[in-house]
Design a protein around this ligand. Sequence first.
Ligand code: GLV
Ligand code: GLV
Length: 325
Amino acid sequence: KKPYVYITRNIPEEVIAPLKTLAEINVWEGGNKKVPADILKREAAKSIALFTTLDDNINKSLIENSPNLKVIANMAVGYDNIDVSAATKHGVFICNTPGILSDTTADLAFALLMSTARRIVEGNQFIKEGYWKDWGPLLMVGRDIHHKTLGIVGMGRIGEKVAKRAAGFDMQVLYHNRSRKEEVEETLNVTYCTFEELLEKSDFVVNLLPLTEETKNKFDSTAFSKMKNEAIFINVGRGLTVEEDDLLDALNKGEIAGAGLDVFRQEPISNQHPLINLDQVVAVPHIGSASIDTRYAMMRLAVQNIVNVLQGKYPEAYVNKDVTI
Ligand code: GLV
Ligand code: GLV
């Protein structure tokens, strides 16, 4: 009997193909609607491998209830939706898709930064709703990007790609990270500073933090109050690293000038949420890595991670290095 593999999203046949000869495959048929927790738990209990997405909650009880499970291939670089320590304890590989999405995600960070600073979405609405009657010297004026100071919080692979883009805009780049990266400082001409110093000096603050115990709620009222009133906050990291009520307050009080958001505490965020209704907020639905090429590459890598484990090999990319075959 072939091992059972459960895939929590409807992904293209051609991507699943390499698994076909190795496993019996069951794919959740809900399209983009996520699999309900009870079904996921039931399916996981039968599976040797799971293909998951970042909104599938893989908790301890699911893992403990799945004795055959050997690998969970998350189609994301982040893996805060998975209880990694429980998985490690049970010898389950937790796989992610690092590297291949860094450029695409950096592009999105820059797209959000530019559209917030230059009021692209507002301008688009302005025309579409028929408000454009005359040209004006101060019509839809925004903020410059070039020659400004960019602060990157969380200098991983994506941060480096953001810094590279910023160089083309003649920006000065500051970064804050858990550990200093002297090589990156040299090659990309970026300057390390404390979190507080970065907030005080930056015109654009780009948050790329993963969600951990240390990063949870890191951007709170204290953080926003340190930022310049002209500053724009970009979040392409994780929603729970930001106190959204404090962000809303900071925007309403004019403590900061705008925000470009790809991630939220609660996803999907409601269109009734007050943040979404502010003109100075540009929001997109967690699409950092969402180019056709990159999403296919991520799906293929997640499938390959499963294939490797089914063939008795180590996955291409996994995060819990204590797990062995
Ligand atoms: C997206 O947020 C990812 O972690 O890949
Ligand atoms: C993700 O690739 C990161 O390290 O930022």
